[in-house]
Write a protein that binds this ligand. Sequence first.
Ligand SMILES: [Zn+2]
Length: 98
Amino acid sequence: MPTYEYECQSCHQRIEAVQHFSDPPLTTCPHCGGALRKVFSAVGIVFKGSGFYKTDSRSTSVSATPPGTTPSAASSASAGPSAPAPSPSPAPAASTSD
Ligand SMILES: [Zn+2]
């Protein structure tokens, strides 16, 4: 909840009141009973959590296509990425086979 600040028009006292947005504003000074005026300041109204810049990951999808690669050559080789199948078990076979 935001903290509103009031200033008395009679005794010029500053009153800080924590109120909801829908709460009615204070009008009477608790010190002298004079009229209060709302002072607009940044007291208590702090928006914490400025981590929105983390979603800006545009620099990662730029090097998707390497420069110099023609689209015609890439479409002809539609066999997919031929990755060398790694050996599942690098055990030294034929060493002591019973
Ligand atoms: Zn007052």
